[in-house]
Every structure is written in structure tokens, then in C-alpha cells.
Design a protein around this ligand. Structure first.
Ligand code: GLY
Length: 366
């Protein structure tokens, strides 16, 4: 059973944060509990407006909307003036800002900006290798996180009635499924291709421990991303992949149901957890539960509930009112030594999203 009054606890935290954070675009909060401010081009810039839009949708209170609009404007203006600073993560950024606003209010300018972002993402497609490049500095690299960004392309196909976007998304997902999901349901972070010939070269560890390890947040992106692929296409191979990755994730969890940053690091007990991976996976498991028969639903809903309960009881800052983050103990990039044991804005976003889903509110923004 989740803590009663959890919706109110979330609201209290976010209302307090709104006055302090305003239209800053945070990424992480360390021991002092104060969120930093990032450039609008950084991949996490959509999560704070995404939290505000979710709260607006969930409660109907206008205060969230006006703050979210200010954040949207900041992100959108930056994109219009500095498009070359952005990468494949325009999916995360614009789904949670312009697209969310359009879906909730019908604002035509937001639709136009969401479509600009979708065109930008589609323009990164490599037709020789059938993948969307993640970063400009490595035009043959594809990262697991991009599976989440594909939702922007499906949205664009729907609202523009132009199927090109979704065809790109499907080709990219198939490439990742072929090379990035192992037989045991674990996934790698980076796939490296020859950008000219399109040939697959190798898997790389990236933010995971090693090329053959199992980066827990990457697994969580894949659970959620492939479940979405099933929702958008009805093709069972994606649902099967999501389930396989989910089974690997669930069976790798330690006693408190919140994973270490990588499921396959030596001496696990000494390693940091990643609460953000737990929150993302919980929301993705609920997505799987929506698509399986009743006798399977229980597996995914029970796992999601256990994770959310542990996050709320053991990782949340309900008793630290001055802390701006909701979830403690997130790990950003362990191999680089960045953002370890901190609150991560995307962990908070997916935690709120999952709790809103439990409460019956699901806009399917991803
Ligand atoms: N998209 C980068 C990450 O999950 O850290």
C-alpha cells in the first residue's frame, strides 16, 4: 500500500519548489537539496515543465500551468536560436513541454514547435544503418535512451497525418532490438555503427559498467520504450522485448526493490543505487500491464507497486521539507563520476508520472 495522501505530499513539494525554482531548468540536487540550473539544450530541460504540466493535468490548478508555460517559452526560444546545441533528446525535451501543452490546451504554436522538434529528430536518421544518431560528435552512435524519444515521432505522425515520422521510429527501434537487446533481456547503453556503410561495429559500456553489463537506467528506458512501441504499432515483438527486459530488471532488484546503478557490477553492496531507474521502470511496467491479459497484469503491477512503495518509504524526502528533490539516491553517470547519490529531476518526473497513473491519470505523453 502506498502512503495515503501521497498526491498531497507531491503537491506540497512542487508548490514550494515553484516559488524557488521558477523557470529555471534543473537537473540535479546534491546534499544541500537545492536544484541546479542547466542550459535549455541539456537533455533534462523538459522534466521540470513536465512535472508542472502533469500536476496541472492531475489537479486542474492553473498555477502549475502558468509556470509551465514560462519554462516552455524558455526552452522553445533557446531551440529556435541555438538548434545546433540540441541532439536526439529533443524527444524528452519537447514531449514534456510543447507537446504536453498542446495536448492539454490545444495551443497551435506549441503544436508547431513540437513538429519542428520532430523534424529535427527525423533529420538525424541514418537511412544506411536505419538508426537515429544520438550525438553529433559520434554520428554512428545510438543509445538506448533514444527509445523514449521515438514517442515524439509517433505524435508527429498523428498530428500531421504524415506517416514518415513513424516509419523512422519503427526502423530505429528494430535496429536497437536487433543489436542492443541480449537473449537474457539485458541491454547495453551504446551501439556503435559505421555511419557511412551502416554496419554494426560493437556495443559500448557508456554510462553502464561495461559493454556486457546491465545499466539499470538503460534497462528502464528499454522497458518503457519497447512497451510504447507496442502501444503505437500493435507489433507483438516489441511487447515481448519489453517483457523480457522487465523480467531481467525485476529479478536483478535487491531486497528494497531499487536497483544499483548497474545490475552487473562486482561487489554490488558497495555501489550506489539509482532511484531514477526504479521510477522509470515502475512507470514502464505499468505500461506493460496495460497491454497484457489479466493473468499476466498482476506480475507487472505488483512489481511497479513494490518499487513505488519502496521509493516513497525509503528514498523520498517527505520529512525533509527544505529539500527540493523528491527522490534521494539517484546516479547520473557513475563511470564519469558525475551526479552520484543525488536527486535527479527525471527520477522525480517519472515517480510523479507513475503515481498519477496509479490514480487513473495517464496522458500517454511518452
Ligand atoms: N539520457 C541520459 C541518461 O539517462 O542519463
Amino acid at each position: 500500500m502506498l502512503k495515503s495522501g501521497i498526491k498531497e505530499l507531491i503537491q506540497q513539494k512542487i508548490i514550494k519548489n515553484m516559488n524557488q525554482i521558477q523557470d529555471r531548468l534543473p537537473h540535479a540536487a546534491g546534499k544541500d537539496g537545492i536544484f541546479d540550473d542547466t542550459k535549455p539544450s541539456w537533455w533534462t530541460s523538459g522534466f521540470w515543465p513536465g512535472i508542472l504540466w502533469t500536476l496541472y493535468d492531475w489537479t486542474g490548478e492553473d498555477g502549475y500551468k502558468s509556470k509551465a508555460e514560462k519554462c516552455n517559452q524558455k526552452l522553445e526560444q533557446y531551440f529556435l536560436h541555438h538548434p545546433n546545441e540540441f541532439d536526439h533528446d529533443v524527444g524528452f525535451q519537447f514531449l514534456l513541454s510543447s507537446v504536453y501543452r498542446f495536448e492539454l490546451t490545444g495551443d497551435e504554436e506549441s503544436k508547431r514547435l513540437g513538429l519542428m522538434a520532430a523534424n529535427f529528430l527525423a533529420g538525424r536518421f541514418n537511412p544506411q544503418g536505419n538508426f537515429i544518431k544520438s550525438w553529433d560528435r559520434a554520428p554512428g552512435w545510438v543509445i538506448v535512451d533514444c527509445l523514449m524519444n521515438l514517442s515524439l515521432l509517433f505524435w508527429a505522425s498523428r498530428v500531421s497525418e504524415d506517416p514518415r515520422f513513424k516509419h523512422i521510429a519503427i526502423r530505429h527501434a528494430d535496429t536497437f532490438l536487433q543489436h542492443g537487446v541480449r537473449g537474457d533481456g539485458s541491454t547495453c547503453h551504446i551501439l556503435s555503427f559505421d555511419a557511412d556503410t551502416g554496419e554494426f561495429i560493437e556495443a559500448l559500456g557508456g554510462q553502464g559498467f561495461a559493454p556486457d553489463s546491465s545499466w539499470s537506467r538503460g534497462n528502464a528506458w528499454a522497458i518503457y520504450g519497447f512497451s510504447n512501441m507496442y502501444r503505437y504499432t500493435g507489433d507483438h515483438k516489441y511487447l515481448d522485448a519489453a517483457k523480457k527486459i522487465a523480467h531481467q530488471f525485476i529479478t536483478s532488484l535487491p531486497d528494497d526493490d531499487v536497483p544499483y546503478w548497474d545490475h552487473r557490477v562486482e561487489c554490488l553492496g558497495l555501489e550506489p543505487r539509482d532511484s531514477s531507474a526504479a521510477a522509470i521502470a515502475a512507470s514502464g511496467l505499468m505500461e506493460i500491464a496495460d497491454h497484457v491479459p489479466a493473468n499476466e497484469k498482476r506480475i507487472y503491477l505488483a512489481a511497479a507497486n513494490k518499487i513505488l512503495q519502496s521509493l516513497s518509504e525509503n528514498y523520498a524526502t517527505w520529512n525533509i521539507p527544505e529539500h527540493q528533490g523528491i527522490l534521494l539516491h539517484g546516479t547520473g553517470n557513475k563511470p564519469k563520476g558525475n551526479f552520484i547519490d543525488v536527486s535527479l529531476i527525471y527520477g522525480d518526473y517519472f515517480f510523479i508520472e507513475a503515481i498519477a497513473k496509479l490514480d487513473g491519470r495517464n496522458r500517454h505523453i511518452f
